[in-house]
Design a protein around this ligand. Structure first.
Ligand SMILES: [Mg+2]
Length: 389
């Protein structure tokens, strides 16, 4: 089997005003992602996703160009099933020969950032092709699924102190979610205001529903420590991205300062970033975004780090259907996997880009049996929202 064509498309889907939410990212007016199509000479096509931002909206022209102009020429003519080697080719070219034969990395400048997201998107598509070629789901290739259904948490929670309880309870009522996540951080104005919203949420939810808080990395170490002190009796499932991903030592200091579990990883790239998080004892839960950190291949390595350091793995799944499916297959097969993120913001890339759905029932998502990622991209949707500049 040979790759005949690699095509990355920036898909830009406007969000109707009544469905937009406001966070520290501002009012979110679109959902953007790069959807990658890899064609082969057998007629099999694989789909992947690469992201230029962790939230919904992002400018993706540069990311699509990296795939189309830099990586596609390296990939055409290659066997798409040689995923490990092709990952190294994209990461190490022009020294890919040394990297593959000597067994260690020799990357150029692009060790982080969009060049890794671009690798991620291609990698996900290659796993999709491998699964389809063998007629098995990706989780089967990763060692099998550990359960037929996985718990998911509802990810949203932007309402103010007066409304947050009803907003989060609404998520639970809609699909039986047993865990929810709310946003805190700089948008609240102070750690005390965030803590008041968390206390209101816990009062409304009662003691049985899992509750996480996500600061999007917007606080200083001192503010994050103050917040942890104020919510220590709220039994948080985790406190996510307390400080910027640039300050891993500061995040470790926050973690040491209280009993609140700390999570992070959606802004990290490659196993090397996650090894640092683990070695610094900076997190209890690792949250790679497979459309950013390096795809399913790198996700397996990150999962091994999580397990070896006695941490847990909860992929960041605020994404379109290809990356959601990739994270689902990874979490279902990894020993450190335990829960899925399910975005409750308006997400046309999850619900309209593909024909299949990932329904939530009793707070659980089925781990699908369909070959590959288990998705069928609606190409007319992709073309309708394709953006070139
Ligand atoms: Mg987050």
């Amino acid at each position: 089997m040979r790759i005949t064509r690699v095509q990355a498309t920036w898909c830009h889907v406007p969000i109707p005003p009544e469905r937009q939410h406001v966070s520290d990212f501002g009012r979110v007016g679109s959902f953007d992602s790069v959807i990658i199509r890899v064609e082969t000479d057998t007629g099999l096509t694989g789909w992947g996703e690469a992201k230029a931002g962790v939230g919904s909206a992002a400018a993706c022209a540069g990311l699509a160009a990296i795939v189309n102009l830099d990586y596609a020429p390296l990939l055409v003519g290659q066997d798409p099933r040689d995923i490990s080697r092709l990952w190294d080719v994209m990461y190490n070219t022009p020294r890919e020969g040394y990297a593959v034969s000597l067994g260690h990395a020799l990357p150029q400048l692009g060790r982080r950032g969009l060049s890794i997201s671009a690798i991620a998107g291609v990698d996900v598509a290659l796993w999709d092709i491998l699964g389809k070629s063998l007629g098995v789901p990706v989780w089967r290739l990763l060692g099998g699924r550990r359960a037929e259904r996985m718990p998911a948490y509802a990810s949203g929670g932007w309402a103010d102190e007066a409304g947050i309880g009803a907003q989060l309870k609404g998520y639970c009522d809609r699909a039986g979610f047993r865990a929810v996540k709310m946003r805190v951080g700089v948008m609240d104005g102070s750690p005390a205001r965030s803590a008041a919203r968390v206390r209101a949420a816990r009062r409304a939810l009662g003691p049985e529903i899992g509750l996480a808080a996500d600061a999007h990395g917007t606080w200083t170490v001192a503010e994050a420590k103050a917040f942890c002190r104020m919510v220590e009796d709220c039994d948080l499932m985790w406190f996510e991205e307390p400080v910027t991903a640039d300050d891993k030592a500061g995040q470790a200091e926050v973690r040491r300062s209280s009993a609140v579990p700390i999570s992070s990883g959606e802004s990290e790239f490659t196993r090397h970033d996650f090894r640092e998080l683990a070695e610094l004892r900076a997190a209890d839960v690792l949250q790679p975004d497979l459309a950013i950190a390096g795809g399913i291949t790198e996700g397996m390595r990150i999962g091994a780090i999580a397990s070896a350091f006695n941490l847990r793995l909860a992929p960041h799944l605020w994404s379109g259907a290809p990356a959601f499916a990739a994270g689902l297959h990874l979490a279902a097969s990894q020993s450190a996997g335990f829960i899925l993120e399910y975005s409750l913001g308006h997400n046309p890339m999850l619900h309209e880009l593909v024909e299949e759905e990932f329904p939530v029932a009793d707070g659980m998502v089925e781990v699908p049996d369909r070959p590959g990622l288990g998705i069928t991209v609606r190409e007319e949707f992709l073309q309708r929202y394709a953006r070139t500049a």
